[in-house]
Design a protein around this ligand. Structure first.
Ligand SMILES: Cc1ncc(COP(=O)(O)O)c(C=O)c1O
Length: 384
């Protein structure tokens, strides 16, 4: 029996489904990791850092070259000015940035408004922090943020909004109007916004990612979290960061020094190199991902699964109810035996029933892997 603060939180669905994919020899369109590595110069920079002896503890806050490169990244892409000494903290992936932020800032009993469906680590850490989550649902088929629902979720105990845009799993990129609605609520109720922007560069078509901290009145109340994992296709490196006002960044550091303390010294140096010398690589990746998005979505469409064409991220969502599956988990559990494909049921990312029949598919795989998955799906009986 787990301790109270972990009760009701099972193993992450991503580990469960990736293990199922490996066990059944299925094509893994479940967990969001790419098959191809990031840029060669990034890998070479890591090799150099290893050979040159960057192999001992990094400072808890991160090596200075990386903090400086993160500050330059925020300035280059968004015009955000940061002091790398006080406004940037390096973390073990965005996962630890989320944990550090919530454990370092949220008091037991504080209410946190969070977009539903949510990335599963949010739920676990909110529970560990003793927080009360107040979901605001992005509903199928459009997955837009309803400002009235947002307002209704706020009470006099609310202290934070935990935002994620581009949004996993729906693929929504919040519009300026939606971001403004969040900003208005945050300013009116004096809330801090913690925003997970790991997919910041992975947006498609004419969609643009705008950090909420750039909206008027938001810089002083926004803690922004991101990571090199998605932008540079090195999800296994776990180099992430938190940026924003010094007092919010200090709170992340207060907690994270007792979590990992620090991690990946040579990888921190390599990411610093990539942020400065490969600034356009993530946008190139987005262009290539867009092709794979189209491949997956048109294939799923042909199968009658009518995906929501995502505006960003690695993922497309489908509704499996019209194939006779009211329960997306049941569909995903049956899929390896029926088709040799693994996908992720979205119901675990909801408190409400809104995701019961929704399934998430990853297209961050090589085109031949996506093709193979689609071929298998075409040859299978998908109706219940
Ligand atoms: C929304 C979101 N936040 C955070 C993470 C984790 O980031 P990292 O691998 O840098 O810890 C992921 C990974 O899938 C994600 O989708």
């Amino acid at each position: 029996m787990p301790v109270t603060r972990l009760q009701g939180i099972g193993p992450t669905i991503f580990s469960t489904m990736s293990a199922l994919a490996a066990r059944t020899g299925s094509v893994n369109l479940g967990q969001g990791f790419p098959d191809a590595d990031g840029p060669a110069s990034l890998i070479e920079a890591a090799q150099r850092a290893l050979a040159e002896g960057a192999n001992q503890y990094a400072p808890g806050i991160g090596v200075p070259p990386l903090r400086e490169a993160i500050a330059r990244h925020q300035q280059r892409h968004y015009g955000i000015e940061l002091d790398p000494e006080r406004q940037v903290c390096v973390t073990a992936g965005c996962t630890e940035a989320v944990a550090g932020a919530l454990l370092g800032l949220v008091e037991p009993g504080d209410e946190v408004v969070v977009l539903e469906p949510y990335y599963d680590s949010y739920v676990a850490v909110l529970q560990m922090a003793g927080a009360v989550r107040r979901p605001v649902t992005l509903r199928a088929p459009g997955y837009r943020l309803d400002p009235d629902e947002l307002r209704a979720a706020v009470t006099d105990r609310t202290r934070f909004v935990l935002l994620n845009s581009p949004h996993n799993p729906t693929g929504t990129v919040l519009t300026d109007a939606e971001l403004q609605a969040v900003a208005d609520v945050a300013i009116e109720h004096d809330l801090v916004v913690i925003t997970d922007e790991v997919y910041e560069h992975l947006v498609f078509d004419a969609h643009e990612h705008r950090p909420i901290s750039t909206l008027e009145g938001m810089a002083e109340r926004t803690l922004t979290l991101s990571s090199a994992g998605k932008s540079y296709s090195v999800t296994g490196w776990k180099i992430g960061w938190a940026t924003g006002p010094a007092h919010l960044v200090a709170a992340v550091l207060d907690a994270k020094q007792w979590l990992s303390f620090s991690n990946g010294t040579p990888l921190q140096h390599a990411v610093a190199h990539a942020l400065d010398h490969e600034p356009d690589w993530p946008r190139e990746l987005a262009r290539s991902l867009q092709g794979r998005r189209d491949l997956l979505c048109s294939g799923l469409d042909d199968l009658g699964l009518s995906p929501r064409v995502p505006e960003g991220t690695y993922f497309a969502m489908t509704d499996v109810a019209h194939l006779g599956w009211e329960d997306g988990l049941e569909f995903c559990e049956a899929l390896p035996a029926r088709a040799g494909v693994v996908a992720i049921p979205a119901q675990g990312f909801h408190d409400s029933d809104a995701g019961r029949h929704l399934v998430r598919w990853a297209f961050c795989k090589e085109p031949d892997v996506v093709e193979d998955g689609l071929r298998r799906l075409r040859e299978a009986v998908l109706e219940k």
